[in-house]
Ligand binder design. Structure first.
Ligand code: SF4
Ligand code: SF4
Ligand code: SF4
Length: 325
């Protein structure tokens, strides 16, 4: 008798494709995954149609791994459809988990972004200043596009998410661990982030040489030649390690780059940006108000740096607008 394998779907929303590529990073282990599950939907790699999934019974897919942020009306429709079809939904990667880099668009309006991308960008040749429309007629055929939202959302802003696999993109070991947990039924509590709840600094290979960090000036990594083996924060570089969850094997610090927080916060940190600002304030050399303002101003695009991957999940969510749809 044929063995019935659990059905699995992969889907992408507002994404760069890196999360899809990270599945390939499983290397030969992908063969074990393919042998254990029945992939029923994976638009980037296999020719299944949306209608095939729509025709499936509700709940018939064991797990849907969804990457990318919720950027437009099609993302939202597909997310809601997959929620109905799948027993478990996993937000895969920083964009689905926290809003990710696309979430930086929340510091601008849709109109500002269209203006920049379609009219002002130096690489654009658009003399008629054409902006994409929701409906266009070409040779008598009506073509439609989804509505781009003003506000980029994370996956759990539109549907209930069972688990989160963090990272931009996630480390392949986390995906393998999640697949094994799902196949064995040995699952953590609903809503868990499937990555160690430990601080990045705990496993960082760069060493703190001083007992106490005293910050006098912030630098960006390209402005210094870092001391080899020494903590970057101690050298004045903004490293988000103190507020970031582990699971990437300290990938950036191993090549002397600061952590920018793609794994998101540990369970104890409610908001990465404010927690980090508070940590910085505690190591800043000066304490009077003017000096603290000078400190914040010396960091270009402070909010974008501390919410690089997490603006939609932050307490800010977006830059204030007159109307937020
Ligand atoms: S989390 Fe990173 S790799 Fe994945 S889709 Fe978003 S930007 Fe790309
Ligand atoms: S602050 Fe950054 S460089 Fe320093 S120990 Fe933590 S993760 Fe490593
Ligand atoms: S070190 Fe930080 S930014 Fe780099 S991969 Fe890990 S969590 Fe992401």
């Amino acid at each position: 008798m044929a063995v019935v394998k659990p059905k699995v779907a992969f889907y992408w929303m507002g994404t760069c494709g890196g999360c899809e590529e990270s599945v390939v990073d499983l290397a030969e282990r992908i063969l074990d995954v393919v042998a254990a599950v029945d992939i029923v939907f994976w638009p980037v790699a296999l020719d299944f149609k949306k209608a095939d999934v729509e025709a499936m019974e509700d709940g018939s897919i064991a797990v849907a791994l969804i990457n990318g942020s919720v950027r437009n009306s099609e993302d939202e429709k597909m997310g809601k459809m997959l929620r109905k079809k799948a027993g478990l939904i996993v937000a895969y990667g920083a964009c689905a988990h926290l809003g990710g880099i696309p979430g930086l668009a929340n510091f601008h309006t849709r109109e500002e972004i269209f203006q920049k991308v379609y009219i002002e960008a130096p690489t654009i040749n658009n003399p008629k200043k054409i902006i994409p429309q929701l409906e266009t007629e070409v040779n008598g055929v009506k073509l439609t596009l989804p509505t781009i939202y003003n506000t980029v959302k994370k996956l759990d802003d539109i549907i209930d998410v069972d688990y989160y696999i963090p990272g931009c993109p996630p480390h392949p070991d986390l995906l393998m661990g999640a697949v094994q947990a799902i196949l064995s039924g040995n699952l953590p509590p609903h809503g868990s982030v499937l990555s160690p709840n430990r601080n990045m600094c705990d496993t960082c290979p760069l060493e703190r040489k001083e007992d106490k960090i005293i910050m006098k000036k912030f630098k960006r990594i390209h402005q210094i030649i870092p001391e080899e083996g020494q903590c970057l924060l101690e050298q004045g570089v903004m490293c988000l390690g103190p507020v970031t969850r582990n699971g990437c094997d300290a990938a950036c610090m191993k090549v002397t780059m600061p952590c920018r927080g793609c794994y998101g916060p540990t369970d104890e940190v409610e908001d990465m940006g404010t927690k980090y600002a508070s940590a910085l304030a505690s190591i800043w050399e000066e304490t009077d108000e003017e000096d603290v303002i000078r400190m914040v101003k010396s960091i270009p695009s402070f909010a974008k740096m501390v919410y690089y991957f997490s603006t939609p999940s932050s307490i800010l969510k977006r830059k204030k607008m007159e109307v937020i749809p």
